[in-house]
Design a protein around this ligand. Structure first.
Ligand code: SF4
Ligand code: SF4
Length: 135
């Protein structure tokens, strides 16, 4: 699939917003892939952490929008500790989630959890999960 990259995109609203929300310099990343190699959740992701950074800084938000990766990321910081460039990928993942949730599109809402599961799940898991997955 052809991808069009333009300065309008790389300097566009999506890139500005994720920079502002994450506080991270997206240009630090040199695409070595160390983050993807050490991510404990990578096998459940459809885009690797390395790919997320690359798509994000190119302003290709529509390629990120429907992906599982940012929701699967457990913010464990393994990638941040290992990154030779000091890039905090968990902050970028959080920024992308925040932008999605601000569109009032919950990834998982309370109504998506079956009543029997609601009774079984520890309250702390419900609260922390809904804080991550709903706006
Ligand atoms: S480890 Fe750091 S420099 Fe390497 S791809 Fe991941 S974020 Fe980029
Ligand atoms: S913070 Fe997210 S992307 Fe980084 S290693 Fe942990 S689960 Fe993977």
């Amino acid at each position: 699939m052809p991808v069009t990259i333009s300065s309008a995109r790389t300097a566009g609203g999506f890139v500005k917003k994720i920079k502002e929300l994450s506080g991270e310099n997206l240009h630090l990343c040199y695409q070595c892939g160390t983050c993807s190699g050490g991510c404990p959740a990578a096998s459940h992701m459809d885009l690797s952490p390395r790919q997320i950074i690359h798509l994000a800084r190119l302003g290709l938000d529509e390629d990120i929008a429907g992906c599982r990766t940012v929701w699967v990321c457990a913010s464990c910081l393994a990638c941040t500790v290992a990154c030779p460039r000091g890039f905090d990928l968990s902050r970028l993942m959080e920024a992308i989630r925040q932008l999605a949730l601000r569109k009032r599109a919950d990834h998982v809402g309370p109504e998506d959890i079956p009543p029997e599961k609601r009774r079984e799940l520890p309250q702390i898991a419900m609260v922390s999960g809904l804080r991550k997955f709903s706006g």
